[in-house]
Design a protein around this ligand. Structure first.
Ligand code: NDP
Length: 455
């Protein structure tokens, strides 16, 4: 065999797995067809957060008046922002490539396809490997409606030549909600069209309600309960038909309607690797596919599609296979954030999930953050703890508000450790912060859950 390990895909999962395996002494080959660092670094988390930050400066410029500053807010230069973002992404992509090189991996720039269960073809090169990792990620998917190709997807949003003046975003998951905030903060008229009564299906109900309110308050027009029906072109403009024949005439239709695994056309079938009903690679807890020496991880397996889960899995597999430290990554209590405006962050169970299993004590607080008492911006923070009534273990923590992702990261450590409400209560707050609310929630908002339902 040419390699101990061959990794297909140079994204978050693949790069980490290749690099750590090589560090453990394995002979590693790694192939990437598009860009090193994958979706997260190039057309996902990283550039998205830079665009979110661009939007924040605009609001801060206005807020500053409340603190005595006179700041004239000029027009925003989209082309300048995209150029700065591109420079940063190019820098990061180079770092990812260098990391692999430095670790001693053999790098292949090209599309890798399995010829059989131990042979990989990259263009006209043929290599063999003892073990193979499939870490090819996913791609955004448009809904099956007429004219869908006239709408953009998130890959395109990072390279728009100009800022659209009016945008219709379809969907209300992570990507839809984040880009609605970005385009609105940069001055566009934004419409959010979604099927549910509230955005972010699967998140805690209180958070979803607070988000809908926050989106409306910043001037985003919400169209709940609406399915997209068709897109048509009128010159450069797009006409979106939705919700039983209603029409929106906009510069841009943006489909943020979910992602699908990149599992087709890789020769997986030829090697005997099975896909699940959603077209993602099926894996067991040890990340083995139906062919035991072929592994898969990250978005191509469509379980928890988050970068830190992918990198964590890549690291765990490398340690297991070549580091003499077998381990798996827990999918319990995985914290995540939505970089909406304001952002959301969450760890553990939602109240709705917890309620189906046990009786819970719920603590909710809602307040205006200190700075907005001076700026006058109508922006509220919501913080919430879901506590098992019997054991008093904190099973969920949720926040919508400034710095929520920074705050919940620390709270997540406590939740992962199994902290009780009493542990939170005996922790001294840092004053004056919003975060201290998590350790000063004294008054229970409600008791709910299965015991109550049984009464
Ligand atoms: P999500 O799965 O989060 O949301 C998809 C959205 O599209 C939902 O609102 C869904 O509606 C809607 N939808 C799906 N199909 C249709 C359809 N045919 N017609 C109308 N609406 C439809 O997908 P995203 O694309 O937002 O993000 C993909 C994944 O990427 C996320 O789940 C997350 O794992 C990851 N991600 C994480 C981020 C972060 O950590 N901050 C940021 C961005 C992405 P409904 O609810 O009705 O099904």
């Amino acid at each position: 065999m040419d390699f101990d390990l061959f990794v297909i895909g140079g994204g978050s999962a693949g790069v980490r797995c290749a690099r750590i395996s090589a560090g453990h002494g394995a002979r590693v080959g790694v192939a990437e067809e598009r860009f090193w660092g994958g979706t997260c670094v190039n057309i996902g988390c990283v550039p998205k957060k830079l665009l979110v930050q661009a939007g924040e400066y605009g609001a801060w410029a206005e807020d500053a008046a409340g603190f005595g500053w006179t700041i004239q807010k000029g027009p925003h230069d989209w082309a300048k922002l995209i150029a700065a973002k591109d420079r940063e992404i190019t820098r990061l992509e180079g770092i990812y490539r260098k990391l692999l090189d430095g670790a001693g991996c053999t790098i292949f720039d090209g599309r890798a396809v399995l010829e059989d269960a131990h042979t990989v073809l990259i263009g006209d090169k043929r290599v063999t490997a003892e073990k193979i990792v499939v870490a090819t990620g996913g791609h955004p998917e448009r809904p099956p409606i007429p004219g869908a190709e006239l709408g953009i997807i998130s890959d395109d949003a990072f390279y728009l030549p100009t800022m659209p003046k009016t945008v219709a975003i379809v969907g209300s998951g992570y990507i839809a909600v984040e880009f609605a905030g970005i385009f609105r903060a940069l001055g566009a008229e934004v419409h959010l069209i979604y099927r549910q009564p509230l955005p972010l299906r699967g998140f805690d109900h209180d958070i979803r309600e607070a988000l809908a309110e926050a989106l409306a308050q910043q001037g985003i027009t919400l169209h709940p309960g609406c399915h997209p029906e068709a897109v048509a072109a009128n010159g450069d403009r797009r006409i979106l038909t939705y919700g039983g024949g209603q029409k929106l005439d906009v510069d841009l239709v943006f489909f943020a309607t979910g992602r699908r695994a990149n599992a087709r056309g890789l020769g997986l079938e030829a090697a005997g690797v099975e896909l699940n009903a959603k077209g993602a690679v099926r894996v067991n807890e040890a990340l083995q596919t139906t062919v035991p020496h072929i592994y898969a991880m990250g978005d191509v397996t469509d379980r928890i599609n988050l970068t830190p889960v992918a990198t964590g899995e890549g690291h765990a597999l490398a340690d297991t296979l070549f580091g003499g430290r077998p381990r798996t990554l827990s999918h319990q209590n995985v914290p995540s954030a939505v970089f909406s405006s304001p952002p959301i962050a969450t760890v553990g169970l939602t109240e709705e999930q917890a309620c189906t299993m046990r009786q819970v004590d719920v603590y909710v607080t809602r307040f205006t953050p200190m700075r907005h008492n001076l700026t006058g911006r109508p922006r509220k923070t919501l913080m919430k703890l879901v506590v098992d009534s019997e054991t008093q273990v904190v099973v969920g923590a949720h926040m919508l508000g400034e710095d929520a992702p920074e705050i919940i990261q620390g709270v997540a450590i406590a939740v992962v450790m199994g902290a009780t409400k009493a542990d939170f209560d005996r922790t001294i707050g840092i004053h004056p912060t919003a975060a201290e609310e998590f350790v000063t929630l004294r008054t229970r908002t409600r008791v709910t859950g299965v015991a109550e339902a049984a009464e």
